[in-house]
Design a protein around this ligand. Sequence first.
Ligand code: HAM
Length: 427
Amino acid sequence: MSNEELQPLQGMADIGPPEISRWQELEAEARRVLALYGFEEIRTPILERLDLFVRSLGDSTDVVQKEMYSFTDRGGRRLALRPEGTAGAIRYLASKGQDAADARIYYMGPMFRAERPQAGRRRQFHQLGVEALGPPSPEFDAEIIALHTDLLRSWGISRFTVHVNTRGAPGEQATAGRLFREHLLPRQQELCDDCRRRFDVNVLRILDCKNPLCRAIVEAVPPPTDFLSPESKEYLKRVLQVLEAFSIPVTHNARLVRGLDYYVHTIWEITHPALGAQDAIAGGGRYTLEVAGRSLEGVGFAIGMERALMALDAEKPAVESGRAPLVWLVSLGEAARLENLRLLQTLRRHHVASRMCLDARSVKAQFRAADRAGASLVVIRGDAELAKGVFALKNLSTGEQTEVDLSELMRQLMQLRSSAPKPEAVP
Ligand code: HAM
């Protein structure tokens, strides 16, 4: 097999030990914080009807235009791997009717976007997403931003910036876009190729362009938020006021747009200085989504897990994982091997993580296996120990070896079990 055959597809990654324990810690901590805010987990399919995404995210968005993994299946159905979680989550909630009127749900899992891979940008990446249904309310939006920052802090990430802005009420975006376009018109020919195309189909996306000349042009004209109604501006002001009351520092960024069409009123993005060009760890906002003739209003966000881990690595480099200490049983002779097999099961029933070589091997090979697996204690039993009813207990980090009887062995192993690292307290 060539090396390439051993690798996952470009822009996708295997996640295994020891890295996986970091993911598990973040997921466990997130579940704890989300429960404090009354959220429950859902798991929706990774594959959905293509149409769901086109209608929810908007057919002129980059995700729909350029980044979806879509195909026609054997039955002629047009399907897509989910590029984000909101559309599927809202489809699920719409299917529950009135029972989901004020649902608070979260999801964790892989998302797919056919983007050009680079640091922090993958074709398969993972999101932790949160959706809360309810009509527009500045207090509600602020509460969800508070949850968002609490989550990041509970993971140990604190050097982030929250950028907040508004899209205005549903009917106002078209007018704001039109007036923004009028201001840009005199300089339209100076824009980059992409932005000249955006000028007609989705003018607000020009605000997201990284090209220095486009940025300078955009900075020189009034932002679309200037053209929103006084009510929409008041809504944003109230969100900012409540966040201040919560002591959550945020920046009002009048040129923040977000790349998905379903947003109304409050939108936000969280950036981190350790991430380079792809500096958004997370984004969210309030939305109205139509599914099967039902209109659902809510607010939510998604955190890119790979990017959150990059930010965390920069702030708090990985420490020895919180894995339970492993005990390895070493046997000398057939009789001892059988007795050790029985002991192995007893230890596991007492929640002591333990392993042994199940086949007959030399002592040296058994120690090598213990070492490879990262065992911290080895219990050695041969015919002599069996006859005396004792065990040789070796600590692999200190090299110290003692002889103990069964009750002392169990006492020490139970102690080892309770010395496993515990998660940190809530900040
Ligand atoms: P989004 O801004 O498209 O929003 O994605 C959220 C986060 O997912 C981004 O901030 C980023 O951290 C991560 N992300 C996106 N694309 C990639 C990629 N190619 N590689 C690595 N990470 C990536 C949404 O998806 C909305 N559904 C969020 C939301 C939920 N709004 C309301 N509810």
